[in-house]
Design a binder for this molecule. Structure first.
Ligand SMILES: Nc1ncnc2c1ncn2[C@@H]1O[C@H](COP(=O)(O)OS(=O)(=O)O)[C@@H](OP(=O)(O)O)[C@H]1O
Length: 355
């Protein structure tokens, strides 16, 4: 069974060449695998399904009246959750990421009060998980049902609080009954701001969208000679806080509310955040260490917002310059709000210093 020296050398050479070739091919295969993995093709998530679902969901939410931004935020969030469900190991993954629960606390108002700032500040807290976009469930999408609402919520672990903010709930007649029927123990946060400044802020927002809008005074007065205020104009109506609160107090006791001063949220964000965290039963994690005052923006900004290591201020639509409104118009509006403000102070047991 032996071989001649020449034949053996030939065989040996052949074998060496063969093993070199196989090493070479193995290396190529390894490189190809690494290349594909680095480009993300090794993930177990079926991407095309994800993208299709995300796009479909976004156009559906847009059709339903959410702004493109809100729709894309909600679609991205929901698709991310769909992604988790599509993982092969979905049971354990779902357990790792917790469960979707109804919010235990909602920022119900008020529009232009500083609700976005409050939510973004709260999201730094590790025990708070919140929906980024405004779900508008209790005013616009109630007929979709509670299960639909729940699927919009982020997954939370034991001890974490689920939150959302939709400022229009505060002025929605049906909202208190609807929130109550979801959970009578829901904590309600209302960020209030001087109703005169709030009205101007509201007007500024509408003006940005419709530049041909009549002047503030044209809209605010029913009769400019008598100075009769037009309470049917939403920018005015929203600021009658006492009236809207009455509606909520028919369902929820005062102890379920926290009234945050929109003014103090700007001048002393850490102080107001302390009150909010106490109300929510959270450890005071968000403190003055998290804020710095940005001179250019004229507002407090976050040193390290959620999911980022860089400082961040709120967007351009938050903290915009207001148009000049004649002083007599503002004075008349202030007179109009005074009795309602005093009533609101009495109802809440807090003096906000606007009257
Ligand atoms: N930190 C910080 N940065 C920027 N803006 C801040 C901040 N804190 C409070 N505010 C005030 O928030 C006002 C907008 O209020 P909302 O977020 O409730 O508006 S909205 O109802 O969601 O459209 C916004 O109103 P305008 O000043 O009229 O733009 C701000 O005055």
């Amino acid at each position: 069974m032996g071989c001649s020296a020449g034949a053996c050398a030939l065989n040996l050479g052949h074998l060496k060449a063969q093993s070199k070739l196989s090493v070479f091919f193995t290396m190529i295969l390894l490189f190809m695998y690494l290349f594909y993995c680095l480009n993300g093709y090794c993930e177990s998530i079926p991407r095309p399904v994800y993208d299709h679902q995300s796009n479909h969901l976004q156009s559906r939410l847009q059709e339903e009246g959410l702004s493109a931004y809100n729709a894309s935020q909600l679609a991205r969030k929901t698709s991310h959750d769909l992604d988790n469900r599509l993982q092969p190991n979905n049971i354990s993954i779902a357990n790792i990421y917790g469960a979707r629960k109804f919010p235990q606390a909602i920022i119900i108002g008020v529009k232009k009060g500083g609700t976005r700032a409050l939510l973004e500040f709260l999201r730094i807290h590790p025990d708070v998980r919140a929906v980024g976009a405004e779900p508008h469930f209790f005013d616009r999408f109630y007929e979709k049902g509670l299960e639909w609402y729940r699927t919009l919520m982020p997954r939370t672990l034991e001890g974490q609080i689920t939150m959302e903010k939709t400022p229009s709930y505060f002025i929605t007649k049906e909202a208190p009954r609807r929130v109550f029927s979801m959970d009578r123990h829901t904590k309600l946060i209302v960020v209030v701001r001087d109703p005169v400044t709030r009205a101007v802020s509201d007007y500024t927002q509408t003006l940005t969208k419709s530049p041909g809008l009549p002047s503030f005074q044209n809209l605010a007065f029913r009769n400019s000679t008598t100075g009769l205020i037009d309470t049917s104009w939403s920018a005015v109506r929203i600021g009658i806080y006492a009236k809207h609160l009455e509606n909520w107090l028919r369902y929820f006791p005062l102890s379920k509310f926290l009234f945050v001063s929109g003014e103090r949220l700007v001048t002393d964000p850490a102080g107001e955040m302390g009150r909010v965290q106490d109300f929510l039963g959270l450890k005071r994690v968000v403190t003055d260490k998290h804020f710095y005052f940005n001179q250019t923006k004229g507002f407090p900004c976050l040193k390290k917002p959620e999911g980022s290591s860089r400082p961040r201020c709120l967007g351009k639509s938050k903290g915009r310059p207001h148009p000049q409104i004649p002083a007599h118009v503002l004075l008349r509006l202030r007179d109009f709000y005074r009795p309602f403000n005093l009533k609101f102070y009495q109802m809440t047991g807090q003096d906000f210093g606007w009257a």
